[in-house]
Ligand binder design. Structure first.
Ligand code: PLP
Length: 382
């Protein structure tokens, strides 16, 4: 029997995606556009302190780390970064991974497995879903931000002697709303479960020193596992877990995405450390203030024909369009006018909730925000 032709099959599948307006493709981003797509919420990716730290570390220690940390040993700069992260996150210890995705993929299967249960908020990020599936535990979801549903699920499961791990984001990546962290903590305590909070979109932005939403809520001691990324407000690349010493020691021994993957390059480690330091200075506070000012300006200027119910107080502003084709059309119109804004479609968000995902940054000036709200005036209402 002759084998089926790979390219023929893939072309058919890609055509089906395209006809459903769900095809993704890579576009060169070298045309100068106003960027409302990145997660660089404080504009740190271009901050001179990060660039200089990265340049110096690269010149001193090279462009790459060379191997996994368990093979070559750990550079003292990485240990210093992890100490800084742990102190900032009000935790005993921290461990850096090559990305936030890798942190989830390594950590969750290291803690739970067959016979255990992972419960996720229905809108939790793909990295958490993939990690939960990889763990082999039973995977359940609860209605987005609905602690009552979680309570009911926890009551029903009640597994004797088995582990239950709850996964949520603190600021949700595609909606920008916040989890009810206090209620989640109360529930996990009552039911004897563990809680992992993904602070990808909160790190650098909340609490007096920017540590995140868990710290702002005064819950650092109660949340067993804090996950995050160095790639969004911190302007660099990499992921991390902050938690107890036994948790971190367990991950060093069991998290496969840590053990079997090359360490981050010295430049990224140095840039991340500079970003964490900067977040805790008055300059960091004033960048956060600038960001929240931009959020307020965007809310005030957004034309009335856009649904306002889904706007958030975070840096992430979803404008719901419904159909994928409508979101694509709006994104293309805005691109023509020089605005980089992604159309977010299924499977990143549920079907029929396709949206423009606008992200605001301290790097935007008043003129940029006003230009955006003017452009949204021109777009036909969804
Ligand atoms: C909520 C959330 N968690 C984790 C990640 C993954 O982080 P990273 O980009 O560092 O892999 C992302 C980013 O895409 C995210 O939005």
């Amino acid at each position: 029997m002759s084998p089926m032709n790979l390219d023929t099959i893939l072309r058919t599948e890609l055509a089906a995606l395209e006809s459903a307006s769900l095809l993704r493709s890579l576009r060169a981003a070298d045309r100068v556009m106003l960027n409302f797509a990145a997660n660089d919420y404080l504009g740190l990716s271009h901050h001179p302190a990060l660039i200089e730290a990265s340049r110096k570390a690269t010149a001193q220690s090279g462009a790459g780390a060379g191997a996994s940390r368990l093979v070559t040993g750990t550079d003292s700069a990485v240990l210093a970064l992890e100490s800084a992260l742990a102190a900032w996150k009000e935790k005993e210890a921290a461990l850096v991974f090559s990305s936030g995705y890798a942190a989830a993929l390594g950590t969750i299967p290291a803690l739970v497995g067959a016979g255990d249960t992972v419960i996720l908020d229905k809108l939790a990020h793909a990295s958490l879903i993939d990690a939960a599936r990889l763990s082999g535990a039973t995977v359940r979801t609860f209605l987005h931000n609905d602690p009552a549903r979680l309570d009911a699920l926890l009551t029903k499961i009640a597994p004797a002697g088995k582990r239950v791990l709850i996964l949520t984001e603190s600021i949700f990546s595609m909606d920008g709303d916040a989890a009810s962290l206090r209620e989640l903590v109360a529930l996990k305590n009552r039911h004897g479960a563990w809680l992992l909070v993904d602070e990808a979109h909160a790190t650098g932005l909340y609490s007096a020193n920017g540590a995140g939403l868990v710290a702002e809520a005064g819950l650092s001691a109660q949340v067993e596992i804090v996950l995050g990324t160095l790639s969004k407000a911190l302007g660099s690349v990499g992921g991390y877990i902050a938690g107890s010493r036994p948790l971190i020691d367990t991950l060093i021994n069991r998290a496969r995405s840590f053990i079997y993957s090359t360490a981050l390059p010295p430049g990224a480690i140095a840039a991340s450390h500079a970003a964490i330091d900067l977040c805790q200075t008055p300059e960091g506070a004033s960048l956060r203030e600038r960001l929240w000012g931009n959020v307020a300006r965007f809310h005030a200027g957004l034309p009335a024909h856009w649904k306002r119910a889904t706007l958030s107080s975070s840096a992430i502003q979803p404008l719901i369009c419904g159909q994928a084709s409508t979101a694509l059309e709006f994104a293309a119109q805005l691109r023509e006018q020089g605005f980089l804004i992604p159309a977010i479609r299924y499977p990143t968000v549920p079907r029929h909730t396709a949206r423009l995902r606008i992200t605001l940054s301290a790097a935007h000036g008043d003129k940029d925000i006003d230009a955006l709200t003017r452009a949204l005036m021109l777009s036909p209402p969804p």
